[in-house]
Write a protein that binds this ligand. Structure first.
Ligand SMILES: C[S@@+](CC[C@H](N)C(=O)[O-])C[C@H]1O[C@@H](n2cnc3c(N)ncnc32)[C@H](O)[C@@H]1O
Length: 243
């Protein structure tokens, strides 16, 4: 079957102000899309494949890049909180989208949350000058597909430089996912989400595309890349010395 060539296009949501009703609608749609994509279970399964933090860890530092409103990670936190030591979580997005209720729910699980409003490419740039920045885990969900070429390599390079574990869950670039993306209206998604879903699949990943880029970061990583659920593509990496 013919492979869909990768093409990264500007998504409508990224050009809207957070207060725009169309943006707010699309972010609500995203929660439905996650249910259809089974994103939370896919992330939980991916996290279980990584080397867990050592039994002596008193806390762990987790960063989510392109975290949106933080509710997907909150679902992950609800499932992981009793297995993990207390988490210092940073939710980074270039828009301020995390509300007080979400932060309070993290706090109820024993997770302290910092919200960082920044461009992830600036974050990546700043990492080379900050040897103290270390993360036990970095997560990216429906985020890496916004990038290509040197920007994608710079992001992955920064993640590899400052973290011990990395999980990314992205749209899978194949015909099944493309068909699904044309059907998101059937789960009630509005116009912005209907357009962005299709763009996201065209910008998604398949095969070993992320591993090939990650290889530039050296051999001391255990890497897995696989199709997950009906529409997703997962990449997991952990450092050999933490394995
Ligand atoms: C499709 S949403 C996914 C949100 C969340 N990870 C989830 O799965 O629900 C992509 C997010 O990436 C953010 N984003 C896009 N480009 C970014 C950049 N260069 N730096 C930081 N955040 C970015 C957008 O603001 C948006 O919240």
């Amino acid at each position: 079957m013919i492979t869909i060539p990768r093409s990264v296009g500007a998504e409508v949501l990224d050009g809207l102000e957070p207060t725009d009703p169309a943006a707010q609608r699309s972010r609500r749609d995203l929660r439905r899309v996650h249910r259809a994509m089974r994103t939370r279970s896919i992330l939980l399964r991916a996290l279980q494949q990584l080397t867990p933090p050592g039994p002596d860890a008193s806390s762990i530092r987790v960063l989510e890049l392109g975290a949106g409103d933080g509710t997907l990670m909150l679902g992950v936190a609800r499932a992981m909180a009793r297995w993990w030591p207390p988490v210092e979580l940073t939710l980074l997005d270039r828009q301020a989208l995390v509300d007080g209720e979400t932060i309070a729910e993290f706090a109820g699980l024993g997770w302290t949350t910092r919200v960082t409003v920044a461009d992830a490419l600036d974050w990546a740039d700043s990492q080379s000058g900050d040897p103290t920045a270390r993360w036990d885990l970095i997560v990216a969900n429906l985020f890496l597909h916004h990038f290509e070429g040197a920007q994608l390599s710079a992001l992955l390079g920064a993640v590899a430089a400052v973290s011990d574990r990395f999980v990314a869950c992205e749209p899978r670039r194949d015909w099944v996912a493309l068909a699904g993306s044309h059907l998101v209206g059937s789960i009630g998604a509005g116009e912005v989400t209907r357009r962005d879903a299709v763009l996201s699949v065209h910008a998604g990943f398949r095969g070993a595309e992320l591993s090939a880029r990650w290889a530039a970061n050296g051999l001391d990583w255990r890497v897995q890349e696989y199709r997950a659920g009906p529409f997703s593509h997962c990449f997991c990496a952990d450092r050999a010395e933490v394995s």
